[in-house]
Design a protein around this ligand. Structure first.
Ligand SMILES: [Zn+2]
Length: 392
């Protein structure tokens, strides 16, 4: 019988990913590589989360909501399944949840009534700051599960960084995430996920998960550009834009679902995933996220203007691509009158971030002059670019 094996552990408090040993004894023990204990997870508290094929992803009931253990060793995973009686039970994210549920159910019923009388966006804006951050985290977790299934990604896992060649990139990304997350000091940990997708995009889910698509990494020319985009997305998390947006889009069913329920899948989760992936925030929300990014980058001594430069460069390129596509379409239609539209631009990050020139000048003005230090050295940046495998 297998009683030990290796796994990847996230403590749910920092964005750090740790390679650990797992020992199956009286409880499941999570051990540091040196053999000392990191955590003890009782078998009856283990819950299975959605995961790619070949991975057992575990959460611990009553533990930090984002803490998880990822096991790829099939024999070890089989033994964990055999020993854990409640693996498939639904997860109650917070301990001492009953009292909270009563309070927040009442809150939800009241907000349900209010939603009926007033405009949804206004109420969503008023209600969001009153919600505990655990609601954002629940929303983000549900959206994460849905988006992993919905987003068109490349071959292999959704999340880059597991392969041995991708490891230096993952370590560079973890270092960057940690610096940004520490500087931001939000009540929720920010976790940055490199996604194996050609989309030139980044997006923030409520409560902290941030997707950085490989397509955007490949279009960048410096670590400061990537850090700037991530800082902008952290701004959306800090300002709870995704949460507000989801509440406005999904209305009361979401409030009820996310406040009371546990949701593994379900219509509410799909709704929030869609709201998050469309992510068309208001101009004000974008400006505020830009200003947040400038502040965060300046606090790290990095180049706060870089995000504006990237934005401008990609918009110009997108326009050229758009014009080329338009010309091609006209030509195709002239030759083949029934030719169909092949779909829109994949530049979601840009198409949802309009007014580029205005934004860049505001970013430049707020960034000011003065020397800056690159957020990462050239070696780390090159490694980061290869976090999803060799550049295409
Ligand atoms: Zn934005």
């Amino acid at each position: 019988m297998t009683t030990t094996g290796t796994a990847v552990f996230f403590d749910g408090l920092t964005s750090r990913r740790q390679d650990v040993h797992v020992a199956l004894e009286h409880d499941l023990l999570i051990l540091r590589p040196d053999g000392s204990r990191l955590d003890v997870w009782p078998y009856d508290a283990l819950r299975e989360l959605s995961a790619p094929d070949g991975m057992l992803r575990l959460s611990r009931e009553g533990g930090p909501p984002l803490a998880r253990l990822e096991i790829r060793d099939a024999a070890l995973a089989g033994d964990v399944r055999r020993l854990s009686p409640r693996l498939g039970a639904s997860l109650v994210a917070e301990s001492g949840v009953t009292r909270k549920v009563v309070f927040w159910s009442l809150f939800a019923v009241v907000s349900l009534t209010i939603f009926g009388f007033f405009g949804i966006p206004q109420i969503a804006a008023a209600v969001t700051p009153l919600l505990p951050w655990s609601v954002d985290q629940r929303m983000g977790r549900a959206a994460d599960v849905q988006l992993r299934a919905m987003l068109p990604t490349g071959p292999g896992d959704f999340e880059c960084g597991a392969g041995s060649q991708e490891r230096p990139g993952r370590e560079a990304l973890d270092r960057l995430s940690e610096r940004l997350s520490d500087a931001a000091g939000l009540p929720v940990p920010v976790r940055i996920i490199a996604v194996r997708s050609e989309m030139v995009n980044a997006l923030a889910l409520p409560g902290g998960p941030i997707y950085l698509m490989d397509g955007l990494l490949q279009e960048s020319i410096s670590g400061d550009e990537i850090a700037g985009v991530l800082a902008h997305e952290i701004g959306h998390v800090a300002h709870r834009d995704g949460t507000r947006h989801a509440l406005a889009a999904g209305g009361t069913s979401l409030v009820l679902g996310f406040v009371i329920g546990d949701f593994v899948g379900g219509a509410a989760a799909i709704a929030i995933a869609q709201a998050a992936s469309e992510a068309s925030y208001s101009r004000e929300a974008e400006r505020d996220a830009d200003m947040y990014a400038v502040g965060l980058m300046k606090s790290l001594g990095a180049d706060a203007k870089a995000v504006g430069t990237l934005l401008t460069r990609l918009t110009a390129r997108d326009r050229e691509d758009g014009k080329a596509a338009e010309d091609k379409e006209k030509k195709d239609q002239a030759e083949k009158p029934e030719a169909k539209d092949e779909g829109g631009s994949i530049m979601d990050w840009l198409s949802s971030h309009p007014q580029t020139a205005e934004r860049q000048s505001a970013i430049d003005k707020a960034a000011g002059e003065g020397p800056t230090t690159p957020i990462m050295d050239a070696a780390d940046y090159l490694a980061l670019r290869r976090v999803c495998g060799p550049s295409r």
